[in-house]
Design a protein. Structure first.
Length: 251
């Protein structure tokens, strides 16, 4: 992915990692459209960030995805980058019987959401030069956090989905890049914004931008902080890393 000259749609960019990257991509010379569910929040961001475009989208709703895709493509026919940023993270207790609704919500947003987004935009992306799909997994796709089992599984699914569709889309010229965040100081989970274990948001976003610029052909964007989790099994330290992560348990 090139660092500049793109038209980028980022659903789930009204806060946290998504908004931080949207601001930096815009500053780097890209046209950026951010998506979110709350119209008033989108309007506030647009007022504070002149030049950022907005569209309402609920990535848990197939109809909303289809409507937003039509709007984005009509208003920005040069769109060539889709970042499937939207996601939720919830604690669960599988020792009881009341986890199913939470698990279904996570899978709907974190797995079906990206699948539906890619389905809605794939023809547009195939029509554009230098097109990229950026998926968003997690270090927890590779080393699990005890309190978030379905979130971990959803991000493992996104990792393997990214690996698989990259093989299929290679003949089309559409690149698939997987962003693999560590814990970052955002509101994704209660207490995460104040966690000493989590990476400061600005530091994360700056490192990601540096990696995009220096590694335009990368298939995974990995900041240094995530490699402890990403490569635990490769290092032969999986059991020790799982134990260490869950002793620290930043949530």
């Amino acid at each position: 992915m090139q660092i500049t000259g793109n038209t980028v749609f980022i659903p789930g960019a009204t806060s946290g990692i998504g908004l931080a990257l949207a601001r930096r991509l815009h500053a780097a010379g890209n046209t950026v459209i951010i998506g979110g569910r709350r119209t008033e929040l989108l309007e506030s961001i647009a007022a504070d960030e002149p030049g950022l475009h907005t569209v309402r989208i609920d990535t848990a709703d197939p109809g909303s995805i289809e409507a937003a895709a039509k709007q984005v493509i009509a208003e920005h026919p040069e769109l060539n980058v889709l970042v499937t940023m939207a996601g939720v993270m919830r604690g669960e207790d599988w020792t009881g019987s009341d986890f199913v609704a939470t698990a279904e919500e996570i899978i709907t947003t974190n797995v079906l959401g990206p699948i539906r987004l890619i389905g809605a935009f794939i023809e547009q992306l195939r029509s554009r030069p230098d097109a990229t799909i950026m998926t968003v997994s997690s270090g927890l796709a590779f080393t699990p956090l005890r309190v978030t089992p379905t979130y971990n599984a959803s991000k493992a699914a996104i990792h393997m989905l990214s690996e698989s569709i990259r093989l299929q889309l290679a003949v089309t010229g559409v690149r698939v890049v997987e962003l693999v965040p560590p814990a970052v100081r955002t509101s994704l989970m209660p207490g995460q914004e104040e966690s000493d274990f989590a990476m400061p948001l600005d530091a994360f976003a700056d490192e990601v931008m540096g990696l995009i610029e220096s590694q335009p052909d990368a298939t995974e964007i990995q900041v240094e902080n995530v490699k402890f989790l990403r490569y635990a099994e490769v290092r032969g330290e999986y059991d020790q890393t799982v134990a260490m992560l869950n002793r620290l348990d930043p949530h």
